[in-house]
Design a protein around this ligand. Structure first.
Ligand SMILES: Cc1cc2nc3c(=O)[nH]c(=O)nc-3n(C[C@H](O)[C@H](O)[C@H](O)COP(=O)(O)OP(=O)(O)OC[C@H]3O[C@@H](n4cnc5c(N)ncnc54)[C@H](O)[C@@H]3O)c2cc1C
Length: 252
């Protein structure tokens, strides 16, 4: 884990508040694994004081890509960053996904949850690991990363809440049927993760999920991002954000 100054190579608005930010960050690119994140200082001013966490969505030759959605002050400030600008990053942080040998990986993404799963798709492509994806969003305009999945040759099925593209309903509907010989890798809203956990249990298939929690320090010191797990609490920033599907207790 390092504190690095990354320069902005490209920064593209994708629509529906999503942005794709490509950064020159050779040290991070060299070390990062799918599921890990960088903790970003979004402003040189005092506010917002806390860094904001973003998953590495793709890795290139000395570069990393972030795929993020504007939801508040920090991400709005980030969206104003221009090519040539510089960003203060801490990372790579946290645990990563592990592709389980002998099982086809099924990537289950909801909304911005596609970000870490694109990097996992890239690793599967690089290592020849079999993979497919199911991706959901509220509406067609919010389905991002589809071009990446196409480029990586990942067969993908889509779902939208309003039926504007693909299946009309929750993305987890696309997991109906046998999951034998597969492993689930999920990132998205809590309700989606709970359903993935239930399906995995019912069919006795393994899997991992990436949790998103508001966090402050990102390195396990402040203990602000604790999540419930069997046998106690875990820190999303250092024990996660990737956990075994069976390890965490998803409330609600
Ligand atoms: C490990 C990790 C990886 C992440 N990767 C990505 C990514 O690749 N792309 C992406 O778009 N987002 C990602 N997020 C979420 C991202 O960090 C938040 O959206 C961001 O910090 C919001 O900052 P803000 O200042 O714009 O919003 P704030 O002003 O802080 O909050 C605005 C609204 O967003 C909610 N919010 C803030 N942080 C989170 C969070 N972590 N999870 C859920 N809701 C939140 C707040 O409750 C509030 O309603 C990740 C979060 C974590 C923990």
């Amino acid at each position: 884990m390092e504190l690095v100054g990354a320069s902005v190579l490209t920064h593209e608005a994708l629509g529906a508040g999503y942005h794709r930010l490509v950064l020159a960050a050779p040290e991070v690119a060299l070390q990062c694994r799918p599921g890990q994140f960088v903790h970003v200082r979004v402003s040189e001013d005092r506010y917002p004081l806390l860094r904001r966490p973003f998953s590495v969505a793709r890795r290139g030759d000395g570069t990393i890509t972030l795929l993020y959605r504007v939801v508040g002050k920090g991400t709005a400030l980030l969206a104003g960053l221009r090519p040539g600008g510089c960003l203060d990053l801490l990372g790579p942080l946290g645990s990563g996904f592990e592709l389980l040998p002998g099982r086809r990986a099924v990537l289950v993404a909801g909304g911005a949850g596609i970000a870490p799963l694109l990097f996992l798709a890239q690793l599967a492509w690089e290592t020849g690991h079999p993979v497919r994806a199911v991706v959901g969003a509220a509406q067609a305009a919010e389905l991002v990363g589809t071009a990446d999945l196409g480029e990586l040759g990942v067969p993908a099925a889509y779902a939208t809440d309003d039926g504007s593209l693909g299946h009309h309903g929750p993305v987890t509907d696309l997991l109906e049927g046998s999951l034998a010989g597969e492993a689930l890798y999920a990132c998205g809203p809590p309700a989606m993760l709970r359903k993935v956990q239930t399906l995995a249990r019912e069919q006795a298939v393994p899997g991992q999920l990436s949790l998103e929690a508001s966090m402050a320090c990102g390195v396990g010191a402040c203990r602000g991002c604790a999540c419930r797990a069997h046998g106690g609490y875990r820190m999303v920033c250092t024990d996660g954000p990737v956990f075994d599907l069976e390890e965490v207790v998803l409330d609600g």
